[in-house]
Design a protein around this ligand. Structure first.
Ligand code: NAP
Length: 256
C-alpha cells in the first residue's frame, strides 16, 4: 500500500457531502489538504476538525470551477509549497431539477454542464501538467452510475456523468507513460445535500429520494477514493462502480 502521509490532496467541492467526507478520510492518512469550494466559510468551519483528525496541514480557498479564469488564476496563485499536487479529487458537481428533457430549463442544463463537465476540464487542465512534469500524480474524478444508464428526468445530469467517464478514459490514455494515474469513482445513490441542491432547498422532496432504502453514505465513497489513491504506484484503479445493496442500476431500487 502506498502512503498518503504528507501528500498534497486537492479536493474540489470540499465544503459538503462526499468532498467534505473525503477530506476527513485523507486527514486520517496524514495528508496535506488543499480544499476548494465556493463557500469558503464552510471550508473554514471544517479546518480544526480536519487537523484534529490528523491532517498535516489545511489550505482552503474559494473557487467556482465554472469560472475558467478564476481556476487558472487561483491555481497559479497557490503558495509554491502547495503547487506539487499529488492527488486531485474532481468532486465538485451537482444536479438541477428532474424535468422531462423537453420541458427542461436551459439554466439548469447550463449549470450542470458548466460545473460537471467544463469545471472538471478546467481544473484538470490546470493541475495535470505539473503531475506530468514531476512524473507522478493521481486524478480521481466523481462519476456516477448515472453516467452509465439514464433515468427519467435526468438526461442532462446523466450526460454530464457519461462525459466524465469518457474524459477520464481519454485522460488515462493521454498520460500513459507518465506514471500519472487516473480513476473514476462511480457511486449510485449517496445521501448528501445532492437532492436538496437538485430540488433547490425542497427538503421534503429531497427526503423522498432516500425513503424506504438504505443509501450509500459519503463515508462509503470516501473510503473507495482513499483506497484507490493508496494502491502501490504501479497499480491504476480505472473505475470503481458502487451502489447500495438496495440499488441495481440507475432505475431499479428495492424500496420497502
Ligand atoms: P453535495 O453534498 O451537494 O456537495 C457538492 C459539493 O460541490 C459542495 O461542496 C459544493 O460546494 C461543490 N460545488 C458545487 N458547485 C461548485 C462550483 N461551481 N464550484 C466549486 N464547487 C462546487 O453533493 P455530493 O453528493 O457530495 O456530490 C459530490 C459529487 O459526487 C458530485 O460530482 C456528484 O455529481 C457526485 N455524485 C453524487 C451522488 C449522490 O447520490 N449524492 C452519486 C454519484 C455521484 P459549494 O456549494 O460551496 O461551492
Amino acid at each position: 500500500m502506498g502512503t498518503l502521509k504528507g501528500s498534497i490532496v486537492f479536493i474540489t467541492g470540499a465544503s459538503a457531502g462526499i468532498g467534505a467526507t473525503t477530506a476527513r478520510a485523507f486527514a486520517r492518512e496524514g495528508a496535506r489538504l488543499l480544499l476548494a469550494a465556493r463557500r469558503l466559510d464552510r471550508l473554514e468551519e471544517g479546518r480544526e476538525g480536519l487537523l484534529a483528525a490528523g491532517a498535516a496541514e489545511v489550505y482552503n480557498f474559494a473557487l467556482d470551477v465554472r469560472d475558467a479564469a478564476m481556476v487558472e488564476s487561483a491555481m497559479a496563485a497557490l503558495p509554491e509549497e502547495w503547487q506539487p499536487i499529488d492527488v486531485l479529487v474532481n468532486n465538485a458537481g451537482l444536479s438541477r431539477g428532474l424535468d422531462k428533457l423537453y420541458e427542461g430549463k436551459r439554466e439548469d442544463w447550463e449549470e450542470m454542464i458548466d460545473t460537471n463537465v467544463k469545471g472538471l476540464l478546467y481544473v484538470t487542465r490546470a493541475v495535470v501538467p505539473g503531475m506530468v512534469r514531476r512524473g507522478s500524480g493521481h486524478v480521481v474524478s466523481l462519476g456516477s452510475t448515472a453516467g452509465e444508464m439514464a433515468y427519467p428526468g435526468g438526461a442532462v445530469y446523466c450526460a454530464t456523468k457519461a462525459a466524465e467517464r469518457l474524459i477520464t478514459d481519454g485522460l488515462r490514455q493521454d498520460v500513459l507513460g507518465t506514471a500519472v494515474r487516473v480513476t473514476s469513482i462511480d457511486p449510485g445513490m449517496v445521501e448528501t445535500d445532492f437532492s436538496e441542491v437538485r430540488f433547490r432547498g425542497d427538503s421534503a422532496r429531497a427526503a423522498k429520494v432516500y425513503q424506504g432504502l438504505t443509501p450509500l453514505t459519503p463515508e462509503d465513497v470516501a473510503e473507495a477514493i482513499v483506497w484507490a489513491a493508496s494502491r502501490p504506484a504501479h497499480v491504476n484503479i480505472a473505475r470503481v462502480v458502487m451502489t447500495t445493496i438496495d440499488q441495481a442500476n440507475s432505475i431499479m431500487f428495492n424500496r420497502k
